[in-house]
Design a binder for this molecule. Sequence first.
Ligand code: GRF
Length: 217
Amino acid sequence: MQPARLPSIVILISGRGSNMEAIVRACAAEQWPARVAAVISNRPDAPGLRFAQQQGIATAVVDHRLATSREAFEAELAACIDAFEPSAVALAGFMRVLTPGFVRHYAGRLINIHPSLLPAFPGLGTHRRALDSGVKWHGATVHLVTPDVDHGPIVAQAPVPVHDDDTEAMLTARVLEEEHRIYPAAVRALVERRLQVQGLRVRVLAASPVQAGEVVR
Ligand code: GRF
């Protein structure tokens, strides 16, 4: 009899991939009942691809600049993702806005990390905007992806203090450290089906002591 395959996680990146790396490391270290099956980038030069390759993870590039339209890009991307039959698709610094059709295709499986305490500062340039607005607390949010960009049900948040003498780089680094802590935990909860979603509210059920090697369906 063939051994049952672990549920797959596919991670989408555009650049450095430090959040992807945190997920890959946590998955291995904590022996999740799941595996990172593939890392897909829309940029051929994304530095994160090399780390994934070194870990023996399948990588692919779907270059948005070579596609004739957004729809054509997303069709190619979806085909690439779906080949791995993922239980979870994690956006980790993936810098493309996704159409409602694409998002709906992955409803309940698509998760994102955003570098602010949503609903504050959706969009880009969050650390600069936090400093300029004078907030005392900033942070990171993990949320399920819905067609409304940066507004999906919140799975986890980590607040980070803003210090009087903070530069953008200092604040960015402090937030990133928290991203690397909360994102793997949230992806694990998603793939272990421990998220109960009601409207915009998400209850994260506690992890059960799953035996290493046991497959969660
Ligand atoms: C992270 O700050 C993430 O929250 C944002 O883009 C950055 C990506 O960093 N969406 P990395 O590629 O994961 O290192």
